[in-house]
Design a protein around this ligand. Structure first.
Ligand SMILES: [Zn+2]
Length: 295
């Protein structure tokens, strides 16, 4: 059976186009397992996760790539990241009033940040783009067009138990016979992509999907790479965060039972520290407490 948490790269040799395909199922279920997101923010998160995997798959790097949208409208924050090893996680936050109702959040003065942290070179790159009315996909297309001068089309979708995405980018002609020498190739690929439904994107086997869309474009599909939900939270990180807040705030967070409980928004894992732990944290000792909900 074809895995449903996968990223494929492909080339359309006739039209000089490279692309990527992403589908998420188990990783998507895991990403929202602990949360109760309303339908529309949930769909936005699914699409953002698919987008982060598409972008991470489109570039060569070792580290993590994140998409971070902040907005003054109903959708306050949308964050998704994917590592070069295929580990995904994300969150969405809505205004309280918007969370109960179901209308699609329009964007009010939203900005999208694309951040690449490269572990190998120890560098961090961030690109910014305004979010347009078309939402995440068209904003990312604009980002590639403006910042990278790379004509790009992106389709994202989430429905039921799956989310997915498809990206195509026009690459410079290499001069080889028949490779990227088709003037109309890019336009043709755009028209073909526009015929794809969300159901096609989420349900068809990738070979079938690409053949159906691009059978005249000489598709070369690379083997799939697995994707999975994974959270990088740890007791060390929770303690580092408490240290940043300071002793006063840390002690103020103690509840009636003398415990500080910190829950990771990404995975729902809960960390509990008592007074003795706090003493150790602020004294800078290195022994870490066990998480209260081991996984
Ligand atoms: Zn976590």
């Amino acid at each position: 059976m074809e895995p449903n948490d996968v990223m494929h790269r492909f080339k359309l040799e006739r039209s000089g186009v490279r692309g990527g395909f992403v589908r998420l199922e188990s990783s998507w279920a895991e990403a929202i397992r602990h949360a109760h997101y309303p339908p529309d923010p949930s769909r936005q998160l699914g699409e953002a996760l698919a987008a982060s995997a598409l972008l991470a798959g489109a570039i060569k790097f070792e580290g993590r790539l994140s998409i971070h949208l902040r907005d003054a409208g109903p959708l306050k924050l949308l964050f998704a990241e994917c590592t070069s090893a295929g580990a995904l996680r994300g969150i969405v936050r809505t205004q309280e009033a918007a969370a109960a109702s179901g209308p699609g959040p329009g964007f009010a003065d939203a900005q999208l940040a694309i951040t690449i942290e490269n572990d190998r070179t120890q560098t961090r790159y961030q690109g910014l783009v305004a979010v347009d009315a078309g939402g995440l996909a068209t904003s990312l297309e604009a980002y590639f067009g403006q910042s990278e001068q790379l004509p790009t089309r992106i389709v994202l979708g989430q429905h039921g138990t799956r989310c997915g995405g498809l990206i195509v980018q026009k690459v410079a002609a290499t001069g080889g016979v028949g490779a990227g020498d088709d003037e109309d190739g890019w336009d043709r690929v755009g028209h073909l992509l526009a015929t794809m439904s969300t159901a096609d994107l989420l349900d068809l086997p990738v070979e079938t999907l690409l053949y159906r869309l691009f059978h005249d474009e000489r598709v070369r599909l690379e083997p799939g790479r697995p994707l999975a939900f994974a959270c990088s939270c740890s007791s060390e990180r929770v303690e580092a965060m408490l240290r940043l807040l300071g002793r006063e705030e840390g002690e103020a967070a103690l509840d009636a039972n003398g415990l500080v409980e910190v829950t990771c928004e990404f995975c729902g894992r809960s960390y509990r520290l008592d007074r003795v732990d706090l003493e150790r944290v602020f004294a800078g000792a290195a022994v870490a407490p066990a998480p209260s909900t081991p996984q």
